[in-house]
Design a protein around this ligand. Structure first.
Ligand SMILES: O=C(CO)C[C@@H](Cc1ccccc1)C(=O)O
Ligand SMILES: [Zn+2]
Length: 263
């Protein structure tokens, strides 16, 4: 698993944003976004005042492909694969849903204990090596990681905790207002309309999500992006929409990063 650290090397600890893509193998626009983000960040440093300020004062940890085996499987075998590709003992069915595999209300709601289900929660929290590696990195670096962004598709949503319960997060009002500012920034470019809100009420109740886990660990600004579209193409988003999707999503990420920097 490749993790990139982007930011001016000042020698001192800077606040950081952690962003991952490719949790779910078939959500190809997300892998594209993370890779585009890395290139855009480094190539506009020095020319874009906003990005220059962010990279001078913060670090971005970017994990472009979380679920490597699953992504490869969608290229060579099944374009619509979602889960990891781990073996499940006692079953001929493969894989765990990594976004049900974190220790956040694990396997209580919106997840299945059946290895053949697309929302299989795994044999235990962090059973998947991918989940374990991500959780270990964030636990180790939680003193500097101020925001956790996990990028999925599709539905055009900006979700925040909680998905594993309907209770409002302690920081609900701030998370809501920041999400509203972020989706307004996103919409300003091409008019793309997003909805934001707590996961359980905004999409569906689902336990074991990485965003809920990061929030309960203490990463206050924890968000799940659901990129374009709203279902016309779904996971098979046309190539013509890759760049516009990346450009508009960048505005939302910058909005959140600036809020983190100033609060
Ligand atoms: O990936 C998604 C669409 O592919 C939606 C996400 C919704 C979700 C987001 C955060 C926590 C739990 C679930 C999912 O089901 O894991
Ligand atoms: Zn997903």
């Amino acid at each position: 698993m490749h993790l990139l650290k982007i930011g001016k090397n000042t020698g001192s600890n800077k606040p950081a944003v952690f962003m991952d893509c490719g949790f779910h193998a078939r959500e190809w626009i997300t892998h594209a976004f993370c890779q585009w983000f890395v290139n855009e960040a480094v190539s506009t440093y020095g020319s874009d005042p906003d990005m220059t300020n962010l990279l001078d004062r913060m670090d971005f940890f970017v994990l472009p492909v979380f679920n490597i085996d699953g992504y490869e499987y969608t290229w060579n075998r099944d374009r619509m694969w979602r889960k990891t590709r781990s073996k499940n003992s006692g079953s001929s069915c493969i894989g765990t849903d990594p976004n049900r595999n974190f220790n956040a209300g694990w396997c209580t709601v919106g997840a299945s204990s059946n290895p053949c289900s697309d929302t299989y929660c795994g044999s235990s929290p962090e059973s998947e090596i991918e989940s374990k590696n991500l959780a270990n990195f964030i636990r180790t670096n939680k003193s500097v990681i101020k925001a956790y962004l996990t990028v999925h598709s599709y539905s055009q949503l900006l979700l925040f905790p909680y998905s594993y319960k309907y209770d409002l997060a302690a920081h609900h009002s701030e998370l809501m207002s920041v999400s509203q500012g972020a989706i307004a920034a996103l919409r300003s470019l091409y008019g793309t309309k997003y909805t934001s809100g707590p996961g359980a009420a905004t999409i569906y109740p689902a336990a074991g999500g990485s965003d809920d886990w990061a929030y309960d660990l203490g990463v206050k600004y924890s968000y799940t992006f659901e990129l374009r579209d709203e279902g016309r193409y779904g996971f098979l988003l046309p190539e013509s929409q890759i760049k516009p999707t990346c450009e508009e999503t960048m505005l939302a990420v910058k909005y959140i990063a600036n809020h983190v920097l100033n609060n």
